[in-house]
Design a protein around this ligand. Structure first.
Ligand code: ACO
Length: 326
């Protein structure tokens, strides 16, 4: 069976920069605390008129251009987001419309920070079974709309950004070599938004209690993150018969530089093979891995034939990994 691969990438990050110094004026924090605990110096913030679908279309156009594919060729659009344009309909519907793609299978996927890898894995199944030729997978987050800028534990972490990948039949030896997806709902209280769903519909009380914003148990999440990313990475590598030393590039979800360092060390990947942009971009949830990949591809950091491992964890808790040859 022919392998599927990522044929093009594109990213769209808002222009406005929110620095640690800006945050010092909003909450009781410091550049020193944020830098040493997370590695983040700045993150991007969407302008009021920018929406998840708007940035998604910008990123998608760049990815389609790189892949040499037209919107009319798309059979599948997956938008991974936990910060949709609206609760209903799916943001993927706006993307399909505004991209000028024909009516096709287009849906949102909610796996938080693991979402882009879940999307790539789903698209891979459709392409390798011949059901679909070209798929667009987008990691799209405007988390600033869901972050409480009175909560110093979370507002320093998250930023806005979108990135896309166009998938299709790969030219050997390129292609997706292995992948895994997992969810463990027992940890669902580690990162969640209490109100706005059926458990607690939005009301004056929920808004006054700020329950429409992200709540996080950072310490607990940290431990799950390191363990799950290490384990899933090891399993995907083992199944493909690839050792950590053979990797040309490791792109972990950009949640915290300390998490990245811990996973890199446990896996035994050489530090110069690990990509990080967290100091500039912060944690953009499902957009973090594709933004990194796009930066690597466009800067020439990734070359044809390189072995790339991408690994993520996110709210749910979800975790997953994808191994591919570029
Ligand atoms: N500035 C200053 N002090 C702060 C801040 C802040 N922004 N935030 C918390 N603190 C304080 C706490 O109140 C606490 O004070 P106390 O000791 O007086 O109680 C102290 O700093 C230490 O807090 P901890 O939570 O123990 O700090 P920790 O070293 O664990 O770092 C962090 C916190 C950065 C959140 C870390 O736990 C982490 O990164 N966890 C993973 C979070 C994550 O990855 N989330 C997203 C993943 S899923 C997704 O991406 C959607």
């Amino acid at each position: 069976m022919a392998l599927a691969g990522i044929l093009g990438t594109g990213a769209a990050v808002p222009e406005k920069v929110l620095t640690n110094q800006d945050l010092e004026k909003l909450v009781d924090t410091s550049d020193e605390w944020i830098t040493t605990r997370t590695g983040i110096k700045e993150r991007r913030l969407a302008a009021p008129h920018e929406t998840t679908s708007m940035l998604s279309v910008q990123a998608a156009r760049k990815a389609l251009d790189m892949a040499g594919i037209k919107p009319k060729d798309l059979d599948l659009i997956i938008c991974s987001t936990i910060s949709p344009d609206m609760p209903l309909p799916a943001t993927a519907a706006f993307i399909q419309r505004d991209l000028g793609a024909p009516p096709c299978c287009a849906f949102d996927l909610a796996a938080a920070c693991s979402g882009f890898l879940f999307g790539v894995t789903v698209a891979d199944q459709f392409i390798t079974t011949g059901k679909v030729k070209y798929a667009l997978v987008i990691g799209a987050e405007l988390l600033s709309r869901y972050v409480d800028y009175q909560d110093r534990a979370t507002c320093v972490l998250f930023g806005d950004g979108v990135a896309a990948g166009v998938l299709g039949p790969a030219s050997p030896p390129s292609g997706i070599l292995g992948e895994e997806m997992h969810t463990e709902g027992a940890y669902s209280d580690h990162l969640y938004i209490p109100a706005g769903g059926t458990v607690k519909p939005t009301s004056r009380e929920t808004v006054e209690a700020r329950e429409h914003y992200i709540k996080m148990r950072g310490n607990e999440l940290f431990k799950v993150a390191v363990r799950s990313m290490e384990e899933v990475s090891r399993r995907v590598l083992k199944k493909a018969g690839v050792s950590a030393e053979e990797l040309d590039l490791f792109i972990p979800h950009q949640a915290n530089q300390r998490i990245t360092d811990a996973v890199q060390e446990r896996l035994g990947v050489s530090p110069d093979k690990v990509y990080s942009n967290i100091s500039r971009i912060g944690n953009t949830s499902s957009a973090s891995i594709p933004i990194c990949l796009d930066e690597c591809v466009r800067s020439g950091r990734v070359k044809k034939g390189d072995l790339i491992l991408m690994s993520a964890f996110g709210a749910g808790v979800t975790w997953g990994a994808v191994l591919m040859r570029w």
